[in-house]
Write a new protein. Structure first.
Ligand code: SF4
Ligand code: SF4
Length: 159
């Protein structure tokens, strides 16, 4: 693992600089030198009063294989959740006060549960605006022929 610093949180008090045994935490550039960082020592993480440093993995595991049996089971589950949400929304739109509030809350919790199931099964794409902007920036930059531009464009289409 390696330490990384969130510059937005860093207050430049340099505590990490004092505790790091290898001098990896350069507060002038804001960068933590991966080459000098000792695997998982986390002294800087624990010392930082701003919680600006965290540890990240050096390599990440391969994504889960999306097996068709899991995909089918998930589709059935999500279809059922969509029906439940529609039912709750219908009850909410035809009810008053307490019943309306209860049905609205149930519709919302059903949606969240469905999204959690999809996310935990690795079938859900990150859908925030910042992810879209990040991908759009990747497409615009000249990274070279081996960069997977087609995959990034496809992701953008899907989001
Ligand atoms: S200890 Fe935390 S707040 Fe202080 S300089 Fe290091 S990263 Fe920034
Ligand atoms: S994890 Fe340890 S070696 Fe790496 S930057 Fe932090 S204090 Fe230095």
């Amino acid at each position: 693992m390696h330490a990384v610093r969130n510059l937005r949180l860093c207050t430049k008090d340099c505590l990490c600089l004092f505790v790091c045994p290898t001098g990896a935490t350069d507060t002038e550039t804001g960068q933590i030198d991966f080459a000098k960082c000792i695997d998982g020592c986390r002294l800087c993480v624990d010392a930082c009063p701003s919680h600006a440093i965290s540890l990240i993995l050096e390599t990440y595991p391969e994504p889960k294989v999306k097996e068709s049996t899991i995909q089918k089971a998930l589709n059935i589950l999500l279809e059922s959740k969509v029906s439940q949400e529609q039912l709750c929304s219908s009850v909410a739109s035809n009810s008053e006060k307490a019943t309306k509030a209860l049905a609205t809350a149930l519709a919302r919790s059903t949606r969240i549960l469905a999204e959690d199931c999809a996310r935990e099964s690795a079938f859900m794409l990150p859908q925030s605006e910042s992810v879209r902007q990040f991908l759009a920036e990747l497409v615009d930059k000249p990274y070279g022929e081996d960069f997977p531009y087609d995959a990034v464009k496809r992701l953008l289409e899907l989001l």
